[in-house]
Design a binder for this molecule. Sequence first.
Ligand code: ZN
Length: 185
Amino acid sequence: MFDKEKVMDAVKLLLEGIGEDPTREGLIETPERVARMCEDIFGGMNEDPKVHLSKQFPAPNSELVIEKDIIFYSMCEHHLLPFFGKAHVAYIPNGKVVGLSKIPRTVEVFARRPQLQEQMTVQIADAVEANLEAKGVMVMIEAEHTCMTMRGVKKPGVKTITTATRGLFVDNPDRQRMFLDAVRN
Ligand code: ZN
């Protein structure tokens, strides 16, 4: 569970660790501010995507459903620096669909945790497949990692693309291309 005091202590320690004085005016409220921010940006930690994906509607004849350009912000678990970009999700319903806002909410649940892009891609695909019993799922995420742009190799604008396929998308290049074409336009 979220422990605000612990986060505040940690921020104070971090500031001391880098040689700062956490009691100087500009920093005095920083631990409190960072703790409140953490509660928000890591708010997906204790959330289950089931909450969003369990309300379903019958859709007997539906084919491919694609939701694209879902903007997200997450925190790289290796550096605790932001990575952000767009998630694109497609699924082939098995007689039922979810409300349009539920896929972006599912992306949020996984984005608001210490995260890796590859892992997040897989988690979204698994959640949609499991909760909707979808016949097929494909997720593509394109993101910029500030741990690559403001430190390390310092290459702004570089995008990392990850994909995950489940069910009818697996080993089906035509179907995958259909999704990727839809996402690119
Ligand atoms: Zn990183």
